[in-house]
Design a protein around this ligand. Structure first.
Ligand code: TMP
Ligand code: ASP
Length: 244
C-alpha cells in the first residue's frame, strides 16, 4: 500500500495528500496543547472525539448552506476534505467574555457581551497569533475586503446556528475560533470554512451549572477533558465507538 505523505503537521492534526486531486486527508491526533504549545499532553481518545464531533457540526453547517471543506469521515481519526488555500487569519467569535479577552480588556469572565464580537488573529505560531485589525488583513493581502465580507457573513450565520444547536442540548456557546480558505473549482474561487469545530476550539459551558465542557479543562488543569468531550458528543446524539 502506498504510504501517505504528510503535507503539514499542526498541533492537533496532520494533513496528508488525498486520494484525488483537490482532496486532502485530515488526521486528528490526541495531542492537547495550550498557550501556543507551552503546555502539552496526550489525551488518549481526544482525536477520535473531535473527528466525530467536527463531522457532525460540519455536516449540519453544510446543510444550512454554509460551504465548508468537509467531504466525508473515512475512519475514527481521518476525514476526507477539500484542499483549500488557507487564509492565515483566525476568526474568533465571542458571545460571553472568557479567556484572553478578560485580562486584555479587564473584563470579568462570564459577562455577557452587548453583541457578538468578532476578533481576528494572524495564524502564526512564531508570533503567538497576534490580534490584528481588518486593515492589517487588507494591507498585507491576507484576504480582500470582499473575501472578508463573506467570512464575516458566514461566521455570524455559524454563530447563530451553533448557539441554537448547543442551547437545544443545554449548552452555552461562549466563544469559538474558525478558519477559512479558498477553494478553486473550474477557475472559480469560493470561500469555505476549514479546520474543525470541536470542544478544542469552542468554549462550551453547561447552561445550568456553567461547568466547562471544552479544552479549558486542559488549559486550566481541571481534569476530565475526555469525559467533557464525551458529554458533548452524547448530548449531540453522536455514537462513538469505544476502545480508541
Ligand atoms: P482565547 O480566549 O484564548 O483568545 O480563545 C478564544 C477562542 O478561540 C476559544 O474558544 C479557544 C479558541 N482558540 C483556538 O481554537 N485556537 C487558538 O490558538 C486560540 C488562542 C484560541
Ligand atoms: N491551540 C493553541 C495552542 O496550542 C492555543 C489554545 O487553544 O489555547 O497553544
Amino acid at each position: 500500500m502506498k504510504q501517505k505523505k504528510p503535507l503539514y503537521e499542526g498541533k492537533a492534526k496532520v494533513i496528508f495528500d488525498g486520494p484525488e486531486a483537490g482532496t486532502l486527508i485530515q488526521y486528528f491526533k490526541d495531542e492537547a496543547t495550550a498557550f501556543n504549545a507551552q503546555k502539552k499532553d496526550v489525551i488518549n481518545g481526544k482525536g477520535v472525539m473531535n473527528n466525530y464531533i467536527s463531522e457532525h457540526i460540519m455536516l449540519a453547517v453544510g446543510e444550512r448552506g454554509i460551504p465548508n471543506h468537509f467531504i466525508s469521515r473515512m475512519n475514527d481519526r481521518e476525514q476526507l476534505i477539500r484542499a483549500l488555500e488557507i487564509i492565515p487569519v483566525e476568526v474568533v467569535v465571542r458571545n460571553v467574555a472568557a479567556g484572553s479577552i478578560c485580562p486584555r480588556l479587564g473584563l470579568e469572565e462570564g459577562s455577557v457581551l452587548n453583541n457578538t464580537l468578532i476578533e481576528f488573529c494572524l495564524k502564526n505560531d512564531k508570533l503567538g497569533d497576534p490580534i490584528i485589525a481588518p486593515e492589517h488583513i487588507f494591507t498585507f493581502g491576507w484576504a480582500t475586503p470582499s473575501e472578508l465580507e463573506i467570512i464575516i457573513e458566514d461566521t455570524l450565520r455559524i454563530n447563530d446556528f451553533l448557539t441554537g444547536l448547543f442551547l437545544g442540548i443545554g449548552i452555552r456557546l461562549i466563544d469559538f475560533k474558525l478558519e477559512f480558505g479558498r477553494y478553486e473549482k473550474d477557475g472559480l474561487i469560493e470561500i469555505m470554512l476549514a479546520d474543525e469545530i470541536s470542544p478544542d476550539n469552542c468554549r462550551l459551558w453547561d447552561a445550568e451549572t456553567n461547568e466547562k465542557l471544552d479544552k479549558d479543562r486542559f488549559r486550566r488543569d481541571l481534569g476530565g477533558l475526555l469525559e467533557a468531550y464525551q458529554e458533548i458528543a452524547r448530548r449531540l446524539g453522536i455514537k462513538i465507538p469505544q476502545n480508541n
